[in-house]
Structure formats: C-alpha cells, structure tokens
Design a protein around this ligand. Structure first.
Ligand code: ZN
Length: 304
C-alpha cells in the first residue's frame, strides 16, 4: 500500500497570473498534508510548524517549470530541530521529515517564530531535478531560521527571481493542525519588482496568518486576497498530498548497499531487521532469510 494522505482530502494547489504587473502566483492549502506528516512522525507543535512550512514550500517550489520537476529542500541549523528535509514533485506529491521531531517549546498565538528551533546559523540546500540528467543545486546561508523566509531569500539570491513566499500552519489548543497553507508570488521576466516588495511587506506583517486564523480558506481566495496586483487570472489547479516513494522493493534495493559487516551484525541479532523510511516513518521488516540471501550475494565480491 502506498503511504499517502487521504486522496479525498481537500488539499489543493492553484496557479494564477496577474498580467498587469506580470506576476505569477501559486497558492496551496496543505492542511491534510501537514496533518498526515505530523501523525506519521509524531511531531511536537514546533516541529509540526517547521515541517509544515517546509512541506508547503516544497509543493510551491515544484511548480516553476512545465515539465516533470522534482525538488528537494533541506534546511540545516544549529537549533534543536537540527534539520528539515522535504521532497516534492510537480504531480503534487510531497514527503518530508525533521531530524528531531521531539523539539520542545510553547506555541504562542500569532505567527510562530522558529529562530530558536532551527537556529539562525545554518544553510539552505535546494536540489532541482528537471528530468534532464543534470541536477541543479544551490546553497545559501539561513536568513533567520523561519523556513519560508529562508527559502524566499534563496529564490532571490540563488535563482535571482524576485519572490515573496509565506507558509503557515495554525495549530489548535492541543497542538493539532487546524489549517495550513502557503503562497508564492514571483515576478515574471520584465515583471514589476515593486509589486513583489509590497507583497513581501504584507506577508511579513502576518497577512496569511490572519486569513488562516479566521477560518477555512480556499487557495483561490488566498490568491485573490494576497495578490499585490489585480485582476488575477487562474490557470490550472491540482490536488496535493503527502505521498512517499518508499516500498518494500526500494528498501530491499537499499539493503544491497550494506556491507558484509553490517549484514553479519543484523543476522547475529537473530531476528528480522527493522528498517524505517526517514521520509514517512513507515517500518519495514526484513526477514533473516532475506539477510542471509543478501550476505550470500556479497560473498564472491568481497573475496576478490
Ligand atoms: Zn517512505
């Protein structure tokens, strides 16, 4: 069974343009995506917010070309959460995890600051796979550890596209995910960079958080209310979901990378080996017979 959030869920990504200022806009409601990620990883409230901002950013990042795009975002910092990694594709699938899902801390009302969670010092790594054999990789320093602001700075400095990005997760009193969403506004070539500055200002002063705190929202409404330029024209929309790529087969093929020493240790334990997928926390059990078979495959090579 593939690991994914409920396909009947309401999470949706919409694309739009604002022709007057030549802007492109992408907004996504990701409430079920973030809920599923929090459930799978058992995240504390601050870890849920960090992971949710990154998952939503990943989905928005994977919409920049027309083709089969895959994007991996990794933010590494000196704070207790240590790292956030997400992986998204143009079909609307996203998966991700944080290094420390148990990061403690109290969530206050309003936009939560993640500076003390991820840390101010660290790096943002972005890898784009456009299906053309080559990978495009970029790295910038963290701006402030807020994740969406760090990724916005990455787009501006490394990809040189004037961009405004905001992603939010609103939690209930018990840390449950009430709503999650994000918006990315970019200037097309020749577009109006001042409009991006206006959008950034509104987003930095909490516009998205306010909309999400009031009640359920539709991504079309997010675009209409947060666009710095009117009118907007809607292009395609697509459902988005938490979806991992792992499977029993894939886990088995990664097991082939284990050394003889690793395999001997696992066999000596005398019980099936448990392998957990980082991205979705799914556990796979590898029987001893399978370990012994892998060990036997190794033997001739190791003896050369
Ligand atoms: Zn997985």
């Amino acid at each position: 069974m593939p690991v994914s959030s409920d396909p009947m869920a309401g999470d949706l990504l919409v694309r739009a343009i604002a022709p007057a200022d030549e802007l492109r806009l992408v907004a996504a409601v990701t409430t079920d995506v973030v809920r599923e990620a929090a459930r799978r990883h058992g995240t504390t409230p601050l870890a849920t917010i960090a992971l949710g901002r990154a998952l939503t950013s990943g989905l928005l990042f994977a919409t920049m070309t027309k083709g089969e795009e895959r994007v991996t975002l990794q933010l590494v910092g000196g704070g207790p959460i240590r790292a956030v990694t997400v992986d998204a594709n143009a079909q609307g699938d996203v998966r991700g995890y944080v290094k420390n899902a148990n990061v403690p801390g109290v969530v206050h009302r309003g936009r939560v600051q993640l500076e003390a969670t991820l840390g101010r010092d660290g790096v943002v790594n972005v890898t784009r796979d456009l299906g053309l054999r080559e990978l495009y990789q970029g790295q910038v320093a963290l701006t402030n550890g807020e994740i969406d602001e760090d990724l916005e700075a990455y787009l501006r400095t490394s990809e040189q596209v004037p961009s405004a990005l905001s992603c939010e997760v609103v939690l209930g009193e018990n840390g449950e995910v009430l709503r999650a969403a994000g918006i990315l506004i970019q200037a097309l070539p020749g577009g109006e960079a001042d409009a991006i500055t206006r959008a950034q200002h509104r987003l930095r002063t909490g516009a998205l958080h306010k909309l999400l705190s009031r009640g359920d929202v539709d991504p079309h409404a997010l675009v209409e209310q947060l666009s710095p330029s009117q009118p907007v024209e809607f292009l395609a929309d697509r459902p988005v979901r938490f979806q991992c790529q792992c499977s029993e087969e894939r886990i088995r093929s990664t097991m082939q990378l284990l050394t003889v020493v690793d395999l001997d240790e696992m066999i000596a334990e005398g019980k099936p080996a448990e392998v957990t997928c980082n991205f979705c926390n799914q556990k796979y059990s590898i029987e001893i017979e399978e370990l012994e078979r892998l060990r036997a495959e190794h033997a001739p090579r190791e003896n050369n």
